[in-house]
Design a protein around this ligand. Structure first.
Ligand code: TXA
Ligand code: MG
Length: 336
C-alpha cells in the first residue's frame, strides 16, 4: 500500500472518509497528537490498527466523536458529571472513560467493559468523523513505543506504506496526548493519564456546579507519575537514543551537561553524540508542544545520548510534561 499525504480539502476528507467506511486506516491531525483512525464500531478495522502499530491487544483505544449526542450512543449512562465535563472541556484534550454499550466492540476496549471517548478540537478531525458517519477509534499514529507524532512527517516516518492516507494538519497545537479520566467510580474521578486539562481545572468545573463532594485524584497516589491507564505500563515514547533526565538548579544542570559532554555518561562511556532538551524559561505549554518533536528530531540527527532537563516549574502542565519525560527515559533521573 502506498501512503499518500493529502491536504485536508473537502474532497480529500471525503476520500479519507471512504477509506474509513470500507474498513481502512487514515492518519489524521488532532489538537493533541496525530491519530491512526479506523471505524470504531468495526471489529476488523480496529484490529488493523493494532497490527499496524504493533500495539498489544489489551491496550484499549479512544473513540473519537464529533457530536455531544454521540457519547450517549457509546456508553451505558451519561450521568450529570460526565455531561458537565464534556460540556466544559469538549471539543478538547480530555478523554472520559465510562461503562460501554454492547455495540462497542471489545476489540476497541482491550476486552474491558469500559470505553474511552473524546471529542477532539481540530477542524480536520471533526470533519473526518462527521463525513465518516461513525466514531473513529484512534490511538496516537506512531509505531508502538515510539514518541507520539505531532507532525505529518512523524507519522510518515513510522507508518509509511502501512496507512492509506495521512491528512496534513500542520503541527499539533497541544503536543501531548489528552488527559484520560475514569468516571466509573461513584464520588471519585481518577486521572489515568495527565495532560493539558489539569486536576485543578476539573475541580474548578465541579465546584462551580456544586459537586464539591467529588474528589479528583491521580490513579496511583503513591506514584502519581506512573498512572494506571493500561497503556502506561508499556515502554513509551522511547527515542532510539539513550535518554536521561537531569533535575536540579539551572546552574548545576548546565554544569552537569558540560561535564557529561566532556567526560561521557556512565551508561554509555565517552565520545557520544549528545543532544540536549532544555526548555529553560519556556512556559510549560510551549515546552509540551515541542517535546515529542524534539525527541524525533534528535533521533533523526543520529544522537546517541539525549540529556533532557526536568521542568523546574511545579504547575500541572509541567507535571504532565515530566510524566512523558520519565516514560521516554525509562525513569532515568539524575539529581544534580
Ligand atoms: O490525545 C489523545 O488522546 C490521542 C489523540 C489521537 O486523540 N490519542 C491517544 O491514544 O493518545 P492512545 O491509544 O495512544 O492512548 C490512549 C490511552 C491509553 O493509555 C489507554 O490505555 C487509555 O487511553 N485507555 C483507553 N481506553 C481505556 C479504558 N477503557 N480504560 C482505561 N484506560 C483507557
Ligand atoms: Mg499512544
Amino acid at each position: 500500500m502506498k501512503t499518500q499525504i493529502l491536504m485536508p480539502t473537502v474532497e480529500n476528507i471525503k476520500k479519507a472518509s471512504e477509506v474509513i467506511k470500507k474498513g481502512g486506516l487514515v492518519a489524521f491531525p488532532t489538537e493533541t497528537v496525530y491519530g491512526l483512525g479506523a471505524n470504531g464500531l468495526n471489529e476488523a478495522a480496529v484490529k488493523k490498527i493494532y497490527e499496524t502499530k504493533g500495539r498489544p491487544s489489551d491496550n484499549p483505544m479512544i473513540l473519537h466523536i464529533a457530536e455531544y449526542e454521540d457519547l450517549r450512543k457509546l456508553v451505558k449512562e451519561v450521568n450529570s458529571v460526565s455531561e458537565l465535563l464534556s460540556e466544559t472541556f469538549w471539543p478538547g484534550p480530555l478523554t472520559l472513560v465510562l461503562k460501554k454499550k454492547d455495540k462497542v466492540p471489545s476489540m476497541a476496549t482491550g476486552g474491558l467493559d469500559t470505553v474511552a471517548v473524546r471529542m477532539p478540537a481540530h477542524p480536520v478531525a471533526l470533519a473526518l468523523i462527521k463525513e465518516s458517519g461513525t466514531p473513529i477509534a484512534a490511538p496516537s499514529a506512531n509505531l508502538s513505543g515510539r514518541p507520539s507524532p505531532t507532525r505529518a512527517k512523524d507519522v510518515l516516518n513510522d507508518l509509511n506504506n502501512r496507512v492509506e492516507i495521512i491528512l496534513e494538519g500542520g503541527d499539533c497545537e497541544v503536543g501531548i496526548e489528552s488527559t484520560v479520566v475514569d468516571l466509573t467510580k461513584d464520588g471519585e474521578i481518577l486521572i489515568l493519564r495527565p495532560g493539558l486539562v489539569t486536576k485543578g481545572e476539573i475541580e474548578e468545573a465541579l465546584n462551580t456546579c456544586g459537586y464539591e463532594n467529588i474528589t479528583v485524584g491521580y490513579a496511583n497516589e503513591e506514584d502519581a507519575l506512573s498512572p494506571k491507564s493500561p497503556g502506561m505500563k508499556y515502554t513509551h515514547y522511547s527515542p532510539k537514543a539513550e535518554m536521561i533526565i537531569l533535575k536540579g538548579s539551572k546552574e548545576k544542570v548546565l554544569a552537569e551537561i558540560e561535564r557529561i559532554k566532556k567526560e561521557g555518561y556512565l551508561g554509555l562511556g565517552s565520545g557520544n553524540k549528545t543532544g540536549v532538551i532544555y526548555f529553560k524559561d519556556l512556559d510549560a505549554k510551549q515546552a509540551v508542544k515541542q517535546f515529542f518533536a524534539k525527541l524525533r528530531d534528535l533521533d533523526e540527527e543520529g544522537v546517541e545520548l539525549i540529556i533532557s532537563v526536568a521542568p523546574d516549574k511545579t504547575d500541572e502542565v509541567a507535571y504532565a510534561l515530566m510524566n512523558r519525560m520519565l516514560k521516554a527515559s525509562g525513569y532515568k533521573v539524575i539529581k544534580v
